[in-house]
Design a protein around this ligand. Structure first.
Ligand code: SF4
Ligand SMILES: [Zn+2]
Ligand SMILES: [Zn+2]
Length: 314
């Protein structure tokens, strides 16, 4: 197949747009989508210090690369990479060196903090103690809190994540299937919350397979393995279902997000954003009383420690 723009060999057929694209035009198309979204939402502005959450996978590699490529020459904008090491044997130990390689290449400082340092044990160990919650619940809650704590500690005013179109469409469906319309409304915060570093998602308009292709075509170091717990989650099932649907009905993922954006205003009227309160135990922002992180720590009977004292640069 030939590229519809220049006639060179195509590397992808975007079923949703009907376009065959060569490597050059696919990279151009992905970057156009990312830059358009960053501009629309003023994701990065002069004076920003952006913490970038780096897992070592394709998404975080792509997000750090494009941020540095776009703004790296600007002395008024700073980037710092943060990795949370959950302690997942056979997964995180392989992806961490990829983050280090990319950060070294791009000249971006990199900090690592682990569940072992902060929570007291690895995710693998946690799951041998307690299986009342799904693996991704522990992982997601602790990681979210640690990323926020670390971002504040390094003085960042924004936190960039590698969430792509697939991730967001899965999240919308997941909340619909759980009947959690209040959480659905919270997916688009109205204003910054005290104590929470605002998040930006530059890849939110790019399908996952195109992020992977982009990272590959740009020669970025990234780890391709999948978390061994990924298949345990409902999200994993939704991902398969959505990919199957997208193959038969191209554009479904974009349609889900378009539909969500059309109805989120009504959801916000029903569930206005409430100010967060300080957790009675750790002082971090939470919905009420004791935050979810402290509740989970309590459940696995592990005392929390300050992550910032334990952080180390790799
Ligand atoms: S799949 Fe679940 S357990 Fe694995 S890294 Fe993601 S959130 Fe954590
Ligand atoms: Zn082309
Ligand atoms: Zn707490």
């Amino acid at each position: 197949m030939k590229c519809d723009k220049c006639g060179k060999e195509a590397v992808i057929f975007q079923k949703y747009s009907g376009m065959h694209l060569c490597a050059h035009h696919e990279i151009e198309d992905v970057e156009r989508k990312i830059k358009k979204r960053m501009r629309q939402e003023r994701m990065v502005v002069p004076g920003d210090h952006v913490a970038v959450a780096m897992s070592g996978g394709k998404d975080s590699a792509a997000v750090l690369s494009i941020l540095v490529e776009t703004f790296g020459a600007r002395p008024d904008i700073k980037f710092t990479a943060i990795t949370i090491d959950e302690g997942i044997e056979g997964y995180r130990n392989f992806s961490l060196p990829k983050v280090k390689e990319l950060c070294d290449r791009l000249g971006v400082p990199h900090f690592v903090v682990s569940f072992k340092d902060d929570v007291g044990c690895t995710l693998d160990e946690m799951l041998t103690h307690d299986r009342k919650e799904a693996s991704c619940t522990y992982c997601g809650v602790f990681r979210r809190t640690l990323l926020n704590t670390m971002a504040k500690w390094i003085g960042a005013n924004k936190l960039a994540t590698g969430h792509n179109l697939d991730d967001d469409a899965q999240t919308v469906l997941l909340n619909v299937m759980n009947g959690d319309t209040e959480r659905l409304a919270r997916l688009r915060p109205t204003r910054p919350q005290e104590g929470l570093v605002p998040r930006i998602k530059p890849l939110m308009d790019v399908p996952e397979r195109e992020v992977a292709l982009y990272a590959f075509l740009k020669g970025l170091p990234f780890y391709m393995g999948e978390c061994p717990y990924a298949r345990e989650s409902l999200r994993g099932e939704i991902k398969d279902m959505l990919n199957d649907f997208e193959a038969r009905h191209p554009g479904t993922k974009y349609s889900i997000m378009r539909g969500f954006d059309n109805m989120v205003g009504c959801l916000k009227e029903k569930y206005p954003q409430v100010p967060l309160t300080k957790c009675e135990i750790c002082g971090e922002p939470g919905i009420k009383g004791v935050c979810q992180t402290c509740r989970l720590k309590e459940r696995i009977k592990i005392a929390g420690k300050s992550p910032v004292k334990e952080q180390e640069k790799i």
